[in-house]
Write a protein that binds this ligand. Structure first.
Ligand code: GTP
Ligand code: MG
Length: 192
């Protein structure tokens, strides 16, 4: 797929603020600093359509980007940022629940996990949560440049069994080395 345009549309904290785009939507969810914004930039061939890195955990709203005027990419706030209050975390949980339950345009939830980490029970719970709501969930391993090829292969197998999903629902990527981009774009165009 050729990327002809990619534009930031708006940020929202509740359903009333979501933009009326009426195009299929693909969301990116994961722990703070896992590489959500970098992955979106990689997919659309832009260095800084989405701000990355500088202040982890600072994305406090749901950001909507329109690509080729045909589909939307959605950057969800990262979870697990230590310096956030319990009230703020509860607020993020509610934002995610509202988005999952109310955004009919949502086609695929990309769940990003740093390939150097082991997934936790909480993450397994998130996958169950999405699947229970009939949201197609693809697990995206990020920063694959930080581990070896064998390790990458093993992770895909162990994660598939840990999350009880087929191995082809797990995609290793590296925003730094531009790996996994074609696979993600193919998956997106297959859903359009
Ligand atoms: N080595 C490597 N570093 C990466 C990769 N992707 C992202 N990073 C780095 O990881 C850090 C976090 O990346 P972001 O894309 O900002 O992560 P995020 O998930 O959007 O973080 P929040 O918005 O805070 O939730 C940055 O310093 C990136 O440069 C990758 O593929 N490889
Ligand atoms: Mg981000």
């Amino acid at each position: 797929m050729n990327i002809a345009s990619a534009d930031f549309i708006k940020g929202a904290v509740e359903p009333a603020g979501y933009p009326a785009l009426s195009v299929p939507e693909f969301a990116f969810f994961g722990r703070s600093n896992t590489g959500k914004s970098s992955l979106i930039n990689m997919i659309v061939n832009r260095k800084s359509l989405v701000k990355t890195g500088s202040r982890p955990g600072m994305t406090r709203q749901i950001n909507f980007f329109l690509v080729n005027k045909k589909f939307a990419l959605v950057d969800l706030p990262g979870y697990g940022y230590a310096q956030r209050s319990a009230a703020e975390n509860a607020n993020f949980d509610q934002m995610l629940a509202d988005y999952c339950n109310q955004r009919k345009e949502l086609k695929v939830m990309f769940f990003l996990i740093d390939m150097r980490r082991e997934p936790t029970e909480v993450e397994r719970g998130s996958v169950v949560y999405f699947l229970e709501r009939n949201i197609e969930t693809i697990i995206v391993g990020t920063k694959s440049d930080k581990i070896g090829t064998n390790d990458r292969y093993n992770k895909v197998r162990t994660w598939a069994s840990f999350f009880s999903v087929p191995a082809d629902s797990i995609i290793p990527t590296s925003a730094q080395k531009k790996q996994g981009k074609d696979q993600l774009l193919r998956l997106i165009s297959d859903r359009l």
